[in-house]
Design a protein around this ligand. Sequence first.
Ligand code: SIN
Length: 194
Amino acid sequence: MTANTIDHNRARYNFEGIESVWLFGYGSLIYKVDFPFLEQRPATIRGWARRFWQGSHDHRGTPEAPGRVVTLIEQPGARCKGMAYRVSPNVFEYLDVREKNGYLRFSTTMTFDDGSHAEGLVYIATEDNEAFLGEAPEADIAAQIAAAAGPSGPNSEYLLRLAESLRALGDDCVHTFAIETHLLGNEPVAVKDR
Ligand code: SIN
């Protein structure tokens, strides 16, 4: 699949007659909220783990020196905390462009902090997109992030703002915090259970 997912996403869902849609954000959609929303609630999705395995050639890197941004990887038992937004369907016209470098919209069930659930959408960059970089040691990911920058700014800003937002949400994303620790030049904290 080509990295540009705009047309794929536009063909995926018919929003006719739908007033609002829940969108689950787990990466920059948590801290860079440059779209209108009707409601915002912390939420969790199950069975997916946040990983810096997607390349960014257009926002936080360049085609010559891609950065790394997050996607979700299926992992039984995993939980991913993020922010859910209830948006008007026309907001996807903008979001599909923002998330065009490999991300497709998928349906998901999200659980809010009070235990209630909602069905909604989440952008995931799957392994078969051209910009997918895949697994690497967290120290190497940190080094790549430290060296990359693109039109949206330094890749390190993406990582550090995400880590800050996850802390504010009370999340313990071991992967993100380990990369942050490497990037900041500190010794990673030993972790028993990933
Ligand atoms: C998201 O934030 O939900 C998708 C990945 C990103 O835009 O960083």
